[in-house]
Design a protein around this ligand. Structure first.
Ligand SMILES: [Zn+2]
Length: 305
């Protein structure tokens, strides 16, 4: 296991233990590192930085082990992607007016980090974005990408050198940032590939949302896949630390069918295994509910436009 330090303060001197780890012997399986799997309350030891309030896992698996787990992870989100696609598409449209001066979507280049099977890249093309690119470590996810975008996805972990510098108008990351062991390095790599005035649109868990605070260690965000868990304050801090101007941090409204909310809720596993497939077949289970359920969004810009 590897020890971590606060990504904002770069020290572990102010650490306070919040939760002891719940790791079983077989904690590190690729199924457990698959996107949007049913939460199982397996997590690392969690600490909070007393300086800035950032919550993080410590210690964690090595970079090599994490890279291998994500490479072998499988796609489990199937039809939920339909709903996520619409949510992310709405927030992308709200960013258009903040694109670098004079750039219209059809001239804009968009990069998505951790694009899974490319469902959002396809949405961005349909929303009129001229050029899209993605990067995704899961071989299984990329193999399932639609023809419209598969050739635009690099199968790798996002890092320096994969894309030209000074190239993109907007970089997006959805439910990715809290999975990263080196968030500062990733933000610096984002800065390099963005043009002056380029935007970042990130959506991830908000550990400060009332839902997550109320559930404590039972919250699905307290999970082995998450290394740093941000709230609106620590999210803004880490972007500013890396030279971004934060334009907006906001609660995200997600719209999902009732059966999906039930899947993510802290309900007994036996109940979920029996009830969710049944619920999915009923019209009640497929009723869509929009809710600010504990995700945050951030829009930030790099200087120089
Ligand atoms: Zn800190």
């Amino acid at each position: 296991m590897i020890t971590t330090t606060c990504a904002v303060c770069e020290t572990d001197a102010a650490d306070q233990e919040v939760y002891a780890d719940t790791l079983p012997h077989d904690a590190a399986t690729s199924a457990r590192f698959s996107a949007r799997r049913t939460p199982d309350r397996v997590h690392y030891r969690m600490v909070r930085c007393g300086n800035c309030g950032l919550l993080r896992s410590n210690p964690i698996l090595s970079d090599e082990e994490l890279a291998s787990l994500y490479r072998e992870s499988t796609l489990t989100y199937e039809d939920e992607a339909t709903f996520a696609r619409r949510t992310y598409g709405n927030y992308l449209r709200q960013c258009i007016s903040s694109l670098p001066a004079g750039i219209e979507p059809r001239q804009a280049r968009l990069l998505e980090i951790g694009c899974g099977n490319g469902f959002f890249l396809d949405q961005a093309l349909q929303s009129g974005f001229g050029d899209v690119a993605g990067v995704e470590p899961s071989l299984d996810a990329v193999a399932l990408a639609p023809d419209s975008v598969r050739h635009k996805i690099v199968t790798d972990i996002f890092r320096d050198g994969l894309f030209p510098a000074n190239h993109f108008d907007i970089v997006c990351a959805f439910q990715v940032f809290d999975h990263l062991a080196h968030p500062n390095e990733v933000l610096q790599s984002c800065r390099k590939v963005l043009k002056p005035g380029g935007l970042a649109l990130f959506i991830n868990h908000d550990v400060g949302a009332w839902t997550n605070r109320m559930l404590g260690s039972r919250s699905p965000v307290i999970d082995i896949e998450h290394i740093y868990l941000f709230d609106t304050s620590t999210m803004a801090k880490i972007f500013r630390k890396n030279g971004f101007e934060v334009l907006n941090v906001f609660p995200v409204e997600n719209s999902y069918p009732l059966y999906y909310w039930a899947k993510m809720a802290p309900l007994p596993k036996n109940w979920k295994e029996k009830m969710i497939p049944a619920l999915k077949k009923t019209s009640l289970g497929r009723v869509e509910l929009a809710w600010k359920a504990g995700n945050l969004g951030l829009v930030a810009r790099i200087g120089g436009a």
